[in-house]
Design a protein around this ligand. Sequence first.
Ligand SMILES: C[S@@+](CC[C@H](N)C(=O)[O-])C[C@H]1O[C@@H](n2cnc3c(N)ncnc32)[C@H](O)[C@@H]1O
Length: 291
Amino acid sequence: MFEMFRVEKISSFDSPGLQPYATMRRPAAHETLGIFVAEGVKVVRRLLESHFAVASVVLPEEWLDDFRPLLEVRPETITVYLAEKKFLETLVGYSMFQGVLAVGKIPPPSSLDDILQNSPRPRLFVAVDALTNAENLGALVRNCVAFGVQALIVGETSSSPFLRRAVRNSMGTIFQLPVIELAKLGLRHRFKAKPHATRSTLAECLKELQAHGVRCIAAHPHAHKKLLSQADFSGDCCIVFGSEGDGISAPVLGACDEAVAIPMPPAVDSLNVGAAAAVFLYETARQRGHC
Ligand SMILES: C[S@@+](CC[C@H](N)C(=O)[O-])C[C@H]1O[C@@H](n2cnc3c(N)ncnc32)[C@H](O)[C@@H]1O
């Protein structure tokens, strides 16, 4: 049974439903409410095609017919606010390319048991340690989906992949990737995570993966012992990436089974984490006969 969407032309910013758009630059407020903002025609389209719950969409009237088929088959009633792009820009506080935005609801985080149960072998997971740049996180998510990663584990000190810039840089691929956000698993009252889903650090989580036969491989530019071409990604594995500034922290590196480097000339100390993830995941897919 499909619900119809409702259309509201905006002539003021008074509607409480518009609040999330007015607070786009305050991501903490969105996280507390368990919502995120999707921007751009492609990303909003992918959100509407996904199983994620959607609260509202804002768009210039000329886009309505394009989005109508997607809106009509949604299971929930979505409010569609229509406004001139220029008017919307005064609401969000910056200039936009297309003026198409949506507010979606962050799903409850998956638990480790869920992803182990739902991921056929050979399993492929990615974990990020203290990755705080939302754009990099979004690019990494896009690579994960492109190369068949089954779940992303976001360390307790990393940014959320549901930050606006991360969602935008993922090009909406985040809607296809199961995510474990360790920082959120403690918030059981909001997310109703299962009682056993209490792992709070990435190092502990990696240990648990190892107990289930998953090899944890640190992507580490200073790993002198093993180069990417010598590593074996054919079995169950979780590839761990570090932060922009400090790389992988000592406890997380210590929890990994091995560290592997993409060789670099002496003048270059490392790659951007998104680029490093693309190289690692391509090699993984190649070894598994997927490309
Ligand atoms: C910008 S790098 C971190 C640089 C940091 N200054 C360091 O020395 O580790 C961010 C992450 O990308 C991955 N990475 C970047 N270049 C890499 C390389 N050559 N080999 C393996 N991983 C790499 C690692 O996971 C790293 O933690």
